[in-house]
Design a protein. Sequence first.
Length: 256
Amino acid sequence: MRGLPAGGVLPVNGSQAIAPAPPAPKRDPWFWRSTTLAGLTLAVPALTYFGLNRIFSEGYPSLSAHMAEFLAASAAVFLTILTFKVYNDKENIGLDIRSAFSLRPIGRSAGFLLLFLAADLAVTWTGLRLIAAYYPDTEAPAALERLWSAHGNFFFIAVSTMFIAACEEIMLRGLALNYIMKRAGFMKAMLWTSFLFMIFHGSRNWIAMLLIFSNGALYALAYRHTGGLAVPCLLHGLHNLILRATVLLDFDPWLS
């Protein structure tokens, strides 16, 4: 059998046949992969935080509520960082957790923190007013309400609240957002991680769901503009801390 002419194509009727096109590259299944990634990684701090807090509270009655929560939140942070390292390497995301939490330049980070915090509080206040008006019987999940209504040393309560917010940001705005950004761009990454943020928190009415989605989008934008996780973690933590303070102080006239 004769070999092929130079170029690897056979002449057909005085012309050259078109070489077969190479197979189309397989599309990266970022949609399902990022959902699985977010679900698996977010389960680590959630199960650790609520599980250990219950174990400490029920198994060690002499341990104060705020200390039980602090120990559970600290364990959640530790396991979150380990999980982050495993999936960061496995998925080739390429983040350095040490530099990801840098606040430098301080002035720029502080400016964005204040800007996004103002936006977050405005969105949250508007959402809560609408919920109070249209869904007055809405209640927080029982486990969260029981945990947040426990009184104790405010320092440990504040640190625990910030720790858990940081865990969620490391997983969603750290791993999942960057995973999607490398494959589909920032807009899809922001929209999908905000949707996951909304679904994982859950709610009984559409206004609260939209509020959670909007908060997630703000945290993604904060990450985009600062290039790190420090500002999103602080934003999320302060958001939760302010809400928790209103629960502890039973201060809700501003919603009426």
